[in-house]
Design a protein. Sequence first.
Lengths: 199, 667
Amino acid sequence: MKQIFGIPVVGALLLSACVTINVYFPAAEAKEAAREFVEKVIDEADKVEPKQGGNGGMAMLEKRFDFDPWMLLGIGSAQAQGAPDITIKTPAIQAIQARMESRFNGTLRGGFDAGALGFTSDGLISVRDAAKLELKDRVAMNAAVADDNRDRKAVYREVAVANGHPEWESQIREVFAKQWIASARSGWWYQSGGGWKQK
Amino acid sequence: MLLAMLAGPVHARVAQARIAKVTTAVATLEQVRVRLDWPADADRGTLEIWAKRVSAPDMGIAYRDLHWRCPLQRTPRNGWRCEGELRSGRAAPVRLAVDFDAAGTRAELGRGDARIALDRSAATPDLTTLDLTQVPVAWAQVLLSRAWPDARFTSGTFDAQLSVVSAAKRPLRIAGPLTLRDVGIETADASIAGEHLGGRFAIDYRTTRALAMVSVDGDLRGGEFLAGNMYVALPVSPIGLRIDAMQRGKTGWELPRIEWRDGNVLQASGSAAFGPDAGLRRLDIDVNSVDMAPLRQRYLSGWLGLFGLGEIDLHGGMDLRLQVRDGVLAVVDATLHDVDIRDPQQRFVFAGLQGDVRYSAGAPVDSELRWRSGKLYGLGFDAARLPFASGDGLLRFREDARIPLMGGSLTFRDLVIRPPQGEAGADIRFGLVLDELDVGLLSKALGLPAFQGRLSGTIPNARYANERVDFDGGLSMQLFDGRVAVSSLVLERPFGTAPSLSADILLDDLDLLGLTGVLGFGSISGRLDGRIEGLRLVDWTPVAFNARFITDAKPGVKQRISQRAVQNISSVGDASFVTSLQGQLIGLFDDFGYRRIGIACRLANEVCAMSGLQDSDGSQAGNSFTIVQGAGIPRLDVVGFNRLVDWPTLVERLAAVASGEVKPVVE
């Protein structure tokens, strides 16, 4: 009997010893967050309202109404959600986003419209055809592309870290890479399978 | 041959000839057809010439389907003249006039303002002079394509007075002054481009089958060009340029002499050699700049822009020697003369840089760079010397470099820099020793509350790669009679987008009275322990941490908390207090005894999840947690109610407390 019971007990112990906790990458939420981020950068007017509701939004402030006078000095409580979510609203990310948005409208959009720039398959941008630009604009465009790529890398890293999973950086980057291309306007170029394609 | 035909027209009404190929020293004409129609009693005839192909490879001329039609007339001294339209394919016609007699040959080709005049005297048949005025550079496209197949002219005109010497068995030589106006040029991949280039040069071109030699000497006057990431905005003042180039057979071009003279700003001279693929194989160049201030705008904006340093200020002088061997940077010798480098975003300043930095891919060399003072993110540092040694492609310190900083010193040990190679960025490894930095000065420089203490520490191994610095080891601070230890330090994107710092911090036995005094938090006596794990600052602002602070009862240490501190804790911690007294009576007491104080905050996503003493026997139902556990009489507990607190609001509260804006309110 000991042996008969012994095997399952040992087996169960072994099984439990092997249990690892997998945190699955919340692909759908990441996609939604990326879409919100990218659309805001590419075109404020086309901005899609962030998903509202219990499991989609950010921590919401909630005022407490209480007669305790100390509460007047106090601060509201915050409500967090249990469902997995991808947050892109840390001040650092939003500061970068604002900078990317103004850079996009100020410089990069012209480059995309002219066909000089393209979205790369790794979530960055690149000067794919400098000849489409006036010489005087090329230096500024090269610098803007370098600046933007620095910001992009920082965003992918910070989104992963802000969500408590630095190891998601490459997945976040993939999701964003697809989103930049998906949100690209007609006529803009993107990298696909090693070559450039026009949307 | 033409003369032979012309000899006869008086008798013939129409003469025709077909010639398969006409070869001269300079040009070749193929499938030529000539027709002359001369009415019997007329004083002029009509000459028509067709040629399937005309080429003069040395002069870069190649045309197809030429047709010239003109009225042929006699001129004095037994000469002839014919002027009419010359067409080539579908291109707009040009005017061609040919005039020859016993003294020589003159031809003039023109369209609009453009004019090419050719003159050859019968006395010197080997010498032809060409006078070109307002000629579009596009007409010289074929010539450019021959020397540089990828390049094409996009705009511009030129004037030139060239003498062409072509004699059998001697090299063809073309020489004379050349003036360029508003020239644009671009390569097929747009990696090299120029616009609005102007200049005056003397050119000298000699060629045989085996060897071609060009020398260009003169001044560039305005314009801009881009080569890779190097963007040059030429000043209005003329820049001296001399290039001697030669090509043997089909090998790559060699430039035995390159000179660039831009006054005080940049003087460069050297030589270079390119491979058959036009890639740079060898370069030797000496550069001197007495006044570096205009360098950024004229020569460096393209490169600096890539590193986000497009606005950097440079002052001082510099000598630089570069050697490239087999396409690889082999030697850099930079000597700086009182150079100031200033980042307008205030990230860094180096003042009074003096000395040299020498890099070698091969044989070892030593050098030493010094500075008078500097500033890094607001932290000023004093004069220091960096003793470099280099060899085999690495740059390192040959001894420790000590930099006086904040009343103490920062010492770099065993620094090794591997410069960027191909796709791989720079890789820097070093050890750091911090010795007795004055925390008071540090706090002041960083705008922190006036902490007092000394900061020391050893980081045996630090590594910078991929815009990230990892520090092994840790730092230790003597603060408030206790100890603060910092470990697992990582700095990401130190000079880039949203610099980020991660660390774990341990606090041990800090004197709370001193700490609360500095923070202006009211006063609490006792000792404090704590840990801040997973601290992450982005743009020097905390975005995540897991912090817990708890008092540490010690024999003989009083544990009292002032009324003001109670109120501040309550306001910051969104807490209320539970007391054995009526609320109104609290104001009668200056301070209270406490048994323990504990507060914890786990920050993520802008929300601080708060908690208090872990085994809070004073805890009430639901969300509440005890922060201060009272002792003695009157007994007072501080209890928090909201576990989830909005972080920005909390920071505002803390700032208000620190600045004393929260007034004690006693009901």
